[in-house]
Write a protein that binds this ligand. Structure first.
Ligand code: C2E
Ligand code: CA
Ligand code: CA
Length: 754
């Protein structure tokens, strides 16, 4: 094979490679693709031209082949310039690229002058020589070729300069993108220059051009800055909060991020130390298969481990990475959240819901017998109002501390506000212990000790399926009807209590109707003077209930006092009393009726105007309507009350102090309170045979007389008592000795006109 043929084959291969590159570049969908394709096609032109030169058998054909190779070179330069312009500026879709117009003009001028070569013979002439025993036609350059070369070198220099600048300016990662083209470009330029200078036949630099074409294709279309990906990914991974460990295919640790080093306690960079530490800390990492994840708890810390294997084909393992996330904070947050949702924020005790569900669980799992305790701090509102909320909190905290210290078996928590719940096995409940402890429940605040009053309701859990809330309701029920009591009280729930309370609720529900349908009526109990003559009566409420029968006030008055309905009842009795007085106007104009005023009435309405209106409505004299207010009600809120009593007296009513002796007020107070009549209750003065009590009564009567206050003794049951009281100077009397309270008809029948 001749040397010509060898080169011919090489060049043909190169040409095919260019076509293939151009085709793939064009198809690549990359914006740079078409510029690359053009460059590859341009490179193909001188390659083909050189094949023709080699294979040419006559000078004319050689001449045109040479011309074609020059034009091809120029086309390469033009395509290269355009490619470079786009490539070095960065290619973005939509970004306009300026054409290298100047270079195109230069290129066109060159091509035209080469095409004019056959006319002016200014480019080359052809001469022949012998090569491998064959004639080879070579070109003898003239001025046209020099022009061509100058233009070529100029463009080449420009392009070179652009690549040099781009290489210098580019970051380390992108440098290869320019520098590789730059190097092959220099090689191409240099080999061509060497060829021209050497003047040997067959342009061997074509091979380098071909390689250049391939390089450009590879760099612009195929090449991905792997370093870029590496760096970007490792930056991302380094920034992650998770620890990342990369293993090679023999499970050696090859890369670790900052968190990874921290986690295993190895100095950054000393990757070879990581494996041992890592395996020490987290056992069983390599022998668990390719892909897995699991949670681990190590020394109070929670970790999520996730291992993934990397395979580029089905069979072979390339490596793996292990991601370890420290999940401790999230776990702790969840724990805190859970605690907050199940515990009371102030005391840290279980809150109501979780107390209930804990109790439910104990009831299911244990067959012991239990008590439910409802612990109530009495007057908590008063404590808050008097000493401030912070003291209130201290009291609650004190109680929670007490529960923590003293409830060893059982569950407890804060229910609502000032109430606490305890669930305790019967065998662990010592009532006496609770009693003594609560009796001495003292909270210190600002150097002073405050006695805190506690009431506790106890419910015996018999029906274990009952709603826990109902159990607590029952324990609560056991202490609801305890009136103000400044001692510790422990009371057990029982069905009787429940019935009482249910009845109370029922009565409250029935009240309005009972007033409208006159089920509640006044009974009259006569009031006599020294001679036994009935001068008046006290109106006492009676409820003739259609189902419950005859009810005395003790059954319903406390209920209505508690729920405030007493005001309706009182107004109803007062009006009835006025109606009766209006009836008596002709027959017994002097006879009076005493009505009772509940302390609640003063809170809810203007008692004076209410009574005045009634007196006016029934056209009766106000001094026939006497008003009874209990001693305790008179003494509380006294200044305001005194104004009311003065008001009542100036409106003409006679004001009576009821149940004197039942409260704690001293005799001295009598002179400050504007009352007309003092009602003394025999029953409050223990044993009437006792000398002491009769001395007290005597004293009271004397004092009242001195103060110009009439004394009325109620609860007079015997003639003896009556006689003694008359002797002592008492003026009015009421009691079973004279008569029990009776229906109005009966009263009228017995005493009218007498
Ligand atoms: P009170 O105002 O002290 O009424 C006197 C109570 O003593 C009456 O009981 C009467 O029946 C009873 N009593 C009278 N004489 C004797 C006696 O010699 N021996 C004994 N052991 N008891 C006697 P009652 O009617 O059950 O009333 C109880 C309380 O209910 C009254 O005490 C009063 O505080 C209240 N109350 C009655 N009616 C009304 C009313 O219409 N409105 C208001 N707010 N309270 C009323
Ligand atoms: Ca009374
Ligand atoms: Ca009384």
């Amino acid at each position: 094979m001749t040397i010509q043929h060898k080169y011919c084959i090489i060049f043909m291969c190169l040409a095919l490679i260019q076509i293939a590159c151009a085709f793939m570049a064009y198809k690549s969908e990359k914006p740079i693709g078409k510029y690359t394709a053009r460059l590859n096609l341009a490179i193909m032109v001188p390659i083909v031209a050189n094949i023709l030169i080699i294979e040419s058998g006559n000078p004319v054909f050689s001449y045109y082949s040479y011309s074609l190779s020059y034009i091809g070179m120029m086309l390469i330069m033009m395509a290269l310039a355009h490619f470079t312009n786009v490539y070095c500026k960065g290619v973005d879709e939509g970004k306009a690229h300026t054409k290298p117009t100047f270079i195109y003009i230069l290129g066109l001028i060159d091509i035209v002058q080469i095409l004019l070569g056959p006319v002016f013979h200014h480019v080359i002439t052809i001469e022949s020589t012998m090569l491998d025993n064959r004639v080879f036609y070579f070109d003898v350059p003239h001025v046209g070729l020099t022009i061509h070369r100058v233009i070529n070198y100029f463009v080449f220099a420009c392009v070179l300069l652009i690549y040099i600048l781009s290489t210098v300016k580019a970051s380390k990662l992108y440098r290869a993108k320019y520098s590789i083209i730059l190097i092959t470009l220099i090689l191409s330029g240099a080999t061509q220059f060497a060829f021209i200078e050497s003047r040997i036949p067959i342009d061997r630099s074509i091979i380098v051009h071909g390689v250049f074409g391939l390089t450009v294709y590879y760099i612009s279309i195929r090449y991905r800055a792997l370093g870029l990906l590496d760096t970007l990914l490792s930056n991302v991974v380094s920034d992650m909060n998770d620890a990342v460990f990369v293993f090679d295919n023999s499970s050696r640790v090859v890369w670790v991020n900052e968190q990874g080093y921290k986690l295993v306690g190895v100095e950054e960079g000393k990757v070879y130390l990581v494996r041992e530490q890592l395996f020490d800390l987290f056992k069983n990492i390599t022998n668990k298969g390719d892909n897995w994840s699991e949670n681990r708890v190590i020394d109070d810390k929670y970790y999520i481990l996730e291992k993934k294997s990397v395979k580029t084909d089905q069979k072979n393992l390339d490596g793996a990475f292990l991601v370890i996330r420290d999940d401790t904070k999230r776990h702790k947050d969840i724990e805190i959240e859970l605690f907050n949702s199940t515990h009371d924020s102030l005391t840290g005790l279980l809150n109501m819901q979780s107390l209930y569900s804990n109790i439910k669980n104990v009831l299911i799992s244990s067959d012991k017998e239990f008590y439910i305790l409802f612990v109530n701090i009495k007057n908590f509102k008063l404590i808050n109002d008097t000493f401030g909320k912070s003291f209130g909190d201290i009291v609650l905290l004190h109680m929670s501390k007490w529960l923590k210290a003293n409830i060893k078996t059982g569950v407890y928590g804060r229910l609502i506000g000032d109430t606490f719940g305890v669930f305790i096995p019967k065998d662990a409940f010592d009532e006496q212990f609770f009693m003594t402890e609560f009796e001495n429940f003292v909270v210190k605040f600002r150097q002073t000790e405050h006695k805190i009053n506690i009431h506790m309701g106890v419910y015996d859990v018999r029906d274990r399926d009952m709603d826990i809330s109902i159990m607590f309701d029952r324990a609560h029920l056991a202490i609801t009807d305890i009136e103000e009591n400044y001692r510790t009280v422990i009371r057990y729930y029982n069905d009787e209590l429940r019935n009482t309370i249910l009845e109370e609720q029922r009565l409250a529900a029935d009240l309005t109707e009972s007033l409208d349908s006159n089920q509640i009526v006044p009974y009259l109990q006569p009031i006599a003077d020294k001679d036994g003559k009935v001068v008046g009566a006290e109106a006492l409420a009676r409820w003739i209930h259609p189902e419950l029968g005859f009810l005395v006030p003790i059954r319903f008055i406390p209920v209505f006092e508690k729920n405030g309905m007493i005001t309706d009842l009182d107004k109803h009795i007062w009006e009835s009393a006025c109606r009766i007085l209006a009836d008596w106007k002709d027959t017994d104009p002097e006879r009076f009726i005493s009505i009772n005023i509940s302390p609640k009435d003063f809170f809810f309405f203007d008692v004076i105007s209410e009574l005045s209106e009634l007196v006016e409505k029934y056209d009766i004299s106000p001094d026939n309507l006497r008003v009874e207010v209990t001693e305790t009600a008179m003494m509380t809120n006294s200044e305001e009350r005194i104004d009311i009593f003065n008001g009542l007296r100036s409106a003409g009513f006679i004001v009576e102090m009821d149940d004197f002796g039942s409260g704690y007020s001293s005799l001295n107070l009598l002179k400050d309170v504007p009352v007309d009549v003092l009602k003394l209750d025999m029953r409050f003065l223990s044993d009437e045979k006792n000398d002491k009590s009769s001395t007290i009564i005597k004293h009271i009567i004397n004092l009242s007389n001195e103060l110009d206050i009439t004394t009325l003794t109620e609860g007079v049951e015997t003639e003896e008592q009556f006689r003694q009281l008359v002797e002592m100077g008492c003026e009015l009397f009421q009691g079973y000795y004279f008569a029990k309270p009776m229906p109005v008809d009966e009263f009228v029948k017995m005493y009218r006109g007498k």
